[in-house]
Design a protein around this ligand. Structure first.
Ligand SMILES: CC(C)(COP(=O)(O)OP(=O)(O)OC[C@H]1O[C@@H](n2cnc3c(N)ncnc32)[C@H](O)[C@@H]1OP(=O)(O)O)[C@@H](O)C(=O)NCCC(=O)NCCS
Length: 260
């Protein structure tokens, strides 16, 4: 029994988090055949081809990787996207069967990423992951409302930076924060200014979460190597994991994985 097999799928050990990187150029027509009814509706709702393709590659990557780990066809991976707030189909995606793998998808520009980890880590402790990747856009950083993103402590370090270092620093803060808010599932409903991260040139760490004393003890942050011109970060809430990055090009081009 089980779905078609991707022969090179690496084992996901309980102490690991795997991050798979794909590109917008990987988008292929057969990927749309992997989408379920909710995902097809979302696919059709995007106005630009680039947004449609980013969404499609993210879903295909998720289904191909999870399908291989769960031994089910990629189009049979049960993904629940219900929003916890309003019941709409745009919430934090999770496995509907309660299988103990947590995952997080992110896309920006030409890059699409997926992080997966066993959600029950050693000793049965729970683990959530959040991934964020952003194209570093100097114009956006220049106009960015830093008051909406940076806490007072972060603002002090940021102001000391040379103007040329600010875009990369701004996006480093941004991806670290968004990765954590994706791990908890709250997203941008939590003001980013409530989080204080370590300075961008320091090892990533949540220093403080305003209103959640002690929460930083539950959180591990990882800066990820992404394509040049991009910033990426991973947050792990619960027991930390060793991060292993994989290139998804072979997997996402393997149309033989589509079930008959
Ligand atoms: C999660 C969020 C930060 C993502 O922002 P983004 O700029 O689209 O960034 P990314 O590309 O990194 O992430 C998008 C992916 O995050 C995932 N996602 C969606 N909602 C999420 C949430 N609440 N928590 C974690 N991940 C989420 C999805 O997989 C989504 O990809 P998809 O749309 O292709 O399926 C933003 O959408 C958000 O804040 N959502 C929550 C807001 C909310 O709950 N509003 C209530 C509506 S009723």
């Amino acid at each position: 029994m089980g779905g078609p097999k991707f022969e090179d799928m690496p084992e996901l050990r309980s102490d690991e988090c795997h991050v798979w990187w794909a590109a917008l150029t990987h988008c292929a027509r057969w990927h749309t055949r992997l989408l379920d009814a909710t995902e097809s509706m979302r696919h059709h709702s995007y106005r630009t081809a680039a947004d449609r393709d980013r969404f499609t590659v993210g879903v295909a990557l998720t289904r191909l990787v999870l399908g291989a780990h769960l031994s089910v066809p990629p189009d049979g991976v049960p993904i629940d996207r219900t929003c916890a707030r309003c019941g709409g189909p745009h919430g934090r995606p999770r496995l509907a069967t309660g299988a103990s793998i947590d995952f997080s998808v992110s896309h920006s520009g030409d890059v699409i990423g997926l992080a997966i980890a066993r959600s029950l880590a050693g000793g049965g402790a729970s683990r959530l992951v959040g991934l964020d990747v952003e194209l570093i856009n100097a114009a956006t950083a220049k106009e960015a409302p830093v008051d909406v993103v940076l806490s007072a402590t972060e603002h002090l370090s940021y102001r000391k930076l040379d103007a040329s270092a600010r875009p990369a620093a701004f996006f480093r803060y941004w991806v670290r924060k968004e990765a954590l808010l994706k791990a908890t599932g709250e997203g941008l409903l939590v003001p980013m200014t409530h989080l204080t991260m370590s300075a961008p040139d320091q090892p990533p760490r949540l220093a403080e979460w305003q209103g959640r004393p002690g929460y930083q003890a539950l959180v591990s942050m990882h800066d990820l190597p992404a394509r040049p011109g991009y910033a990426a970060a991973l947050a792990v809430v619960g027991r930390d994991a060793a991060v292993i990055c994989h290139d998804a090009s072979e997997l996402i081009n393997d149309s033989g994985l589509l079930s008959a």
